[in-house]
Design a protein around this ligand. Structure first.
Ligand SMILES: O=C(O)C(=O)C[C@H](O)[C@H](O)COP(=O)(O)O
Length: 319
């Protein structure tokens, strides 16, 4: 039995040392990151049998992605692109404190995953999977990636997996209107939606308090679970007609990239292990806070650390 399957693009992340600008840096810290593999790594770190599906160039760069994910216990189901010009998506990340802010520059156009099709992915793994997860980044990459996302969600759902989807709007990939049209068309095959409050407003045009937004989305799209994240105001989940609130656990932030994916990975790890939604929210929040203390996109954490944060965490528990 496979616990969790995810599908999406993973990139190399290149960042100058803290305090150094992209324009002047002589060196880059090299990491591997992508929303869906970040979730798979968090899940694997927390005990799940996780599989990540994607397409990569058959090159040292593609192999680097696979070896890193495998090192974190994720099984990989990869379609290899043999083309001479096959590309691995990359992104440049310049960490900056206030008032400069953190900046991301993507170099991912025409990457291998933009030509992905269902025929080349090992989708048999979905037949005995408990959960399937993908995000709104993948369909933004190309028409082929959008169509494959739809087909994989449909197949996962038909196979009986619980499907989850993180809206993850990325303004550097597409407009609010394009995202709304493409993503809402996928919602028929989604059981659990994760969405940041700001994306619910800007992309899904939902105004109001998180609880109203969650009820509206569940009613309109038939989600079993809706989780709304609100940054330092914590998360709210609607499931089975009940509302659960979860504050954040405080953290010293070293690297905030990957916090949202760590939240989802922690949540799914608890749900796949049979936990209730309120316990899953605690695990999500604790995994997210631990991620903030770790460099890179990946939440390399242990169940014991997560349990300790839940037991002792500053944020407390609100039920
Ligand atoms: O930008 C993309 O397309 C990526 O996939 C790179 C990052 O790994 C995720 O964006 C992290 O997402 P958060 O967990 O919301 O910080």
């Amino acid at each position: 039995m496979t616990d969790l399957v995810t599908f999406g693009e993973t990139m190399l992340r290149l960042s100058p040392p803290q305090g150094t600008r992209l324009e002047t840096t002589a060196e880059f810290d090299v990491r591997v990151g992508g929303a869906e593999s970040n979730v798979a790594v968090a899940g694997a770190s927390l005990g799940l049998d996780s599989v990540w599906l994607s397409k990569l160039p058959r090159s040292p760069l593609g192999r680097r992605v696979v070896s890193e994910l495998r090192a974190h216990g994720v099984r990989t189901g990869v379609a290899w692109d043999d083309g001479d010009d096959a590309r691995l998506g990359t992104y440049y990340l310049e960490h900056g404190g206030e008032p400069r802010g953190t900046n991301v520059i993507y170099d991912r156009a025409d990457s291998a995953v933009t030509t992905v099709s269902t025929e080349e992915l090992p989708l048999g793994v979905l037949d005995d999977a408990t959960a399937f997860h993908t995000t709104g980044i993948t369909p933004a990459l190309s028409d082929a990636a959008a169509e494959t996302t739809r087909a994989v969600l449909e197949r996962a759902s038909a196979a009986g997996a619980t499907t989850s989807f993180d809206l993850n709007y990325r303004s550097k990939l597409w407009s609010h209107a394009e995202a709304r049209e493409t993503l809402t068309a996928l919602f028929d095959h989604v059981d659990a939606l994760f969405v940041a409050k700001r994306d619910a407003e800007a992309v899904l045009e939902r105004e109001g308090e998180a609880v109203e937004v969650a009820h509206g989305l569940a009613t309109d799209f038939g989600f079993e679970t809706v989780v709304i994240t609100r940054g330092d105001r914590g998360a709210l989940a609607l499931h089975g007609g009940e509302v659960f609130e979860q504050p954040v656990y405080e953290a010293d932030t070293l690297d905030a990239i990957g916090t949202g994916d760590a939240f989802v990975g922690g949540f799914l790890a608890k749900r796949c292990a049979g936990g209730d939604v309120d316990a899953a929210l605690e695990w999500g929040a604790a995994t997210a806070s631990l991620k903030r203390t770790i460099s890179g996109d990946l939440a390399v954490v242990t169940p014991t650390e997560v349990e300790r944060v839940v037991a002792e965490g500053e944020g407390g528990i609100s039920r």
